[in-house]
Design a protein around this ligand. Structure first.
Ligand SMILES: Cc1ncc(COP(=O)(O)O)c(C=O)c1O
Length: 358
């Protein structure tokens, strides 16, 4: 076995909701720990799944090019269809990118904190992960420090925008300036899993892919589109990365059901707009609550907020016992709380106030 794999700790997947409810004798559990959508997908998704199931010959392999979904995503993003690599969630693209780009002994650069999957796959590929702390005052990326961390051995840089767990968004111009300054043989992955929730009009670097062959943009249908269980993600990139990724990807990674659900979801942009608008309302309310109660937080452009509660594991446990599951294992004092329904958010705020003695 590879030494790097022997030492690996598995990604902590979410405990199923029913199991948590049983364990803590809860009638209702607000799952606010995985940045899922409480709205769920467009009703058109289930209708499309029913039709797809009726029409499906289960004995034949699916369309390995996901032609219809690919075209829907190309139309949505105004990018060529042959710049899209589809995956079983953005997770699969993260895995594939590390597999394609990294050679053992090299390094990759990530902000700290950020999404843990990048580091896990870096470890598997036997590279060093160099972590560059975000600005502790506001969570913004320190682009100069990030650039300084890039050396002759660097093969990749990862930027989640907005970042997970901080929720902080970096303007497109800053990322482009960083890219201009980055050696051409270093791949920059901008993971836009939460970009739908950003209020700025100019919120994606996808149009830059045509100009920079070393830029990859990642997206997922797990968050704003409410399809976490369906597992659809995609990457936007040009050659030579596109061809390499298509060659390394498993040929039938998405089933026709995933494709049907994904296509119906991205074609219902009115529904998406409503979901995003509801998230904005709840995000504003939550951040106002934090300001009013002098609880430190970073300004979020995502569907979750990162806040300083003092003793993260303890507050996480106290909230769990009251029926609110949050992410409290990422930092000793900061926790990440996803936005739930208006009722869940109001209940959570009341519980937080009581626990923190505000
Ligand atoms: C920044 C970021 N990228 C990617 C993912 C993975 O998304 P998917 O469900 O598409 O695998 C997540 C999931 O939480 C995430 O937070």
């Amino acid at each position: 076995m590879k030494d790097s794999v022997r030492k690996l700790e598995a990604y902590q997947a979410e405990t199923p909701i029913e199991a948590v409810k049983d364990r803590y004798h809860l009638d209702h559990l607000a799952r606010l720990s995985a940045n899922e959508s409480v709205a769920g997908p467009s009703p058109k998704v289930k209708a499309a799944l029913r039709t797809a199931l009726e029409d499906l010959d289960l004995n034949y392999y699916p369309d390995g090019q996901a032609t219809v979904l690919r075209q829907a995503l190309a139309d949505l993003n105004q990018v060529p269809a042959d710049n899209l690599v589809l995956g079983v969630g953005a997770d699969e693209l993260i895995q594939l990118l590390t597999r394609v780009v990294l050679t053992p002994g090299s390094n990759m650069v990530v902000p700290d904190p950020t999404f843990g999957e990048y580091g896990i796959h870096g470890d598997i590929e036997q590279v060093t992960t160099k972590k560059v702390p975000v600005n502790p005052d506001n969570g913004h990326i320190d682009f100069k420090a990030l650039r300084d961390a890039v050396d002759d051995q660097t093969e990749m840089v990862w930027l989640a925008n907005p970042n997970n767990p901080t929720g902080v968004f970096e303007p497109v111009a800053k990322i482009q300036a960083f890219l201009e300054d980055l050696p051409d043989d270093v791949v920059l992955v901008v993971d836009e899993a939460y970009f739908d929730f950003v209020k700025d009009a100019n919120k994606t670097v996808a149009p830059l892919v045509a100009r920079y062959p070393n830029l990859v943009v990642l997206r997922t249908l797990s968050k704003a589109y409410g399809l976490a269980n369906v597992r659809v993600g995609y990457g936007i990139m040009q050659d030579p990365l596109y061809t390499a990724m298509q060659a390394v990807r498993l040929p039938y990674n998405l089933s026709n059901l995933q494709m049907a659900a994904g296509t119906a979801a991205v074609q219902d942009q009115d529904y998406l707009k409503q979901v995003v608008s509801d998230v904005w309302t709840e995000r504003d309310k939550f951040q106002n609550f934090l300001t009013d109660n002098q609880i430190p937080f970073y300004d979020s452009q995502a569907n979750f907020v990162w806040l300083d509660v003092g003793d993260a594991p303890k507050v996480g446990q106290q909230l769990l016992e009251r029926g609110y599951q949050i992410k409290s294992s990422s930092s000793p004092s900061w926790v990440r709380i996803a936005l739930g329904t208006p009722a869940e958010n109001a209940g959570l705020q009341a519980a937080l106030k009581e626990i923190l003695g505000k």
